[in-house]
Design a protein around this ligand. Sequence first.
Ligand SMILES: *Cc1c(COP(=O)(O)O)cnc(C)c1O
Length: 462
Amino acid sequence: MRYVSTRGQSPALSFEEAMLTGLARDGGLYVPEEVPVMSKAEISELAGLPYEDAAFRVMRPFIGDSFSDDELAGIIARAYDSIAHAARAPLEQLAPNHFMLELFHGPTLAFKDFAMQLIGQLFQAALARRGERVTIVGATSGDTGSAAIEAFRGLDNVDVFILFPHGRVSDVQRRQMTTPVESNVHALALDGDFDDCQARLKDMFNDHAFRDEVRLAGVNSINWARVLAQVVYYFTAATSLGAPHRAVGFTVPTGNFGDIYAATIARRMGLPTDRLVIATNQNDILHRTLQSGVYETRGVAPSISPSMDIQVSSNFERILFDAYGRDAAAVSSLMDELNRTGRFKISQGALEYMRELFASGRASEAETRATIAAVHAATGQTLCPHSAVAVKVAQDHLGRVPMVTLATAHPAKFPDAVEAATGTRPQLPPHMADLFDRPERQTRVENDLAALQSLIKERLTK
Ligand SMILES: *Cc1c(COP(=O)(O)O)cnc(C)c1O
């Protein structure tokens, strides 16, 4: 199995190389040359399997000979041991024909643990075998950073630097990044918003001298291995509701487009899905794009679902690549146009491809709060604001096919918004009860590439 860049100017890589590289050197994202297909019988067999076994079967064909069967099984077992629910991704019923996939039982209480715990173990195994070290730099709107620090803290072969927008993450998110004591992890509070963090990260990857000097590796959702980890729970959820013998719909609270892109991979692998519903908060560039055919950035308006406060959605490039019939030159020129002008227009054919695949909707701040309150009153279940955005949008798309809405974070990660909506303050699970007593360690940084690069070089484990 080989991976190619969406911009067509970088060499094809193996799974392991693509994982260690993150962003391609031509600025593109790696995608599999071909998506393997599972037969109906193979999909049926996933129903009722332990999550780890289903994960092995779904991911195995993408990994090629980068890892042996035994290595992969061990990696998966170690990764998901940290998820504090026997089912790992349990399904709860919300209403007739409407289900909620709970992806927040991991160590940092957000769905990103599914990908990050796996990638931590994959990096560890690959780097130990190669006798190499890397520097991981990540940008976060809150949840990626805490998940990355949790997954990589104390590992031998990596230093981790996480850029987060100063003052724009929740106290729980910040503390999950600033309280680990291991010296190989560094939380950097940047003066700017999430798009600034992401832009500086891209600049570091595009500075090839720096990239080579520190052996830069990326674990943002552009990393193919993260997308792959997320494909698994679409299969486990759908097969427990009767797939492949009937189709299932999914509504996904979307920011950087990694999670919903994983759903499109599951579909291409043969999982029968209804249209996939993109749910956005008031930062609704993806919803607007699908409606108008024009991708146009505006400023970010901070919301109560901060992990979706995004205007430049990195993984969108992967769906453009698919929608343009894997025409890397077309994708490169759209991305150039975006850099120059802040917008681009999608061709009619590509737009039709996307409208066939996706539906979309947005939830305002008021609608999000009202949904948290209404679900709490009706069922006793407490939603985090991101999950509430998705539940609101899903409610507008319910039909005859069962709908699965992804619940991407634990409500206790966003206690102020949840308490304001329900009157009850959600409690952290026991293993995190002392989070607010632990000392914090963080560095405030300017939104300046050169300053960031010298800080990183200074801090590297020698
Ligand atoms: C990251 C995140 C999202 C958005 O996921 P993408 O893959 O970036 O679209 C939604 N909800 C929560 C809680 C998140 O942490």
